[in-house]
Design a binder for this molecule. Structure first.
Ligand code: MD6
Ligand code: FE
Length: 219
């Protein structure tokens, strides 16, 4: 290995400078890459214990993204609204524990983006297949807004929509690929955001899907 490799972003993605979308919001390109094998293995165990499912919105629409959770709390939606629960409504058992690999990555990414002391108690797992999308929304079901959100992308690339404080504000398109991590909090915590319909494709490790892990402190 030449000395140049030590300064190559691919050799140590955690050394790359965050791309700042606005104060409080940054993209850490490739930050999860050194850990994707452990994440993938632990993800399979989470999904085996709490299967991915298509939730229904309060308006009665079935979401195109399939979801499950790990950690003390999990985000759910049904006809009565959005909320965090301690149990998987499908099994009435607690959600699977948050794997140590997940937690460690989320805490390190938050720190790298300027948020020390992140204490996630909820990890929402989103699975997109081609065509699946997430319309513009705010993440506002968490009890206190003092902690950031950490979002890890695995598998197929996606176009993330980064909006403003109002739903109608113009959006910026942010391409996200396998291993990228987005962190936001502070003044950007309540920004509208979404994901464009996933394009067709096949990822060598994840197959024909994109997985997003979103870590929050919900309690
Ligand atoms: C996704 N993510 O990337 C959907 N929310 O699949 C989100 O909705 C999200 O990435 C809050 C913070 C980060 C996110
Ligand atoms: Fe969100």
């Amino acid at each position: 290995m030449s000395t140049f490799d030590l300064f190559d972003a691919d050799a140590d993605p955690s050394a790359t400078e965050p791309l700042v979308l606005e104060p409080g919001a940054s993209v850490l390109r490739g930050f999860a890459l050194p850990k994707v094998d452990a994440l993938h293995r632990d993800l399979d165990a989470v999904i085996a214990a709490a299967p991915l499912r298509h939730l229904v919105t309060p308006g009665g629409k079935t979401m195109s993204v399939a979801m499950t959770n790990c950690g003390a709390l999990g985000w759910v939606s049904d006809r009565s609204g959005y909320r965090y629960t301690g149990r998987d409504p499908l099994s009435d058992r607690p959600w699977p524990a948050m794997p140590a690999s997940f937690r460690a990555l989320a805490v390190r990414a938050a720190s790298r983006a300027g948020f020390d002391g992140f204490a996630p108690d909820a990890c929402l797992v989103n699975r997109y297949v081609p065509g699946a999308r997430l319309t513009l929304h705010q993440d506002r079901d968490e009890r206190q807004m003092g902690q950031p959100i950490v979002s890890v992308s695995l598998g197929l690339p996606a176009v993330f929509l980064w909006g403003g404080a109002q739903r109608g504000d113009r959006t910026r398109r942010v391409p996200l690929v396998h291993g990228d991590v987005v962190v936001w909090g502070g003044p950007a915590r309540l920004r509208f955001h979404g994901v464009m319909p996933l394009a067709e494709g096949r990822h060598p490790f994840m197959g024909a899907c994109r997985i997003n892990l979103t870590f929050r402190c919900a309690a």
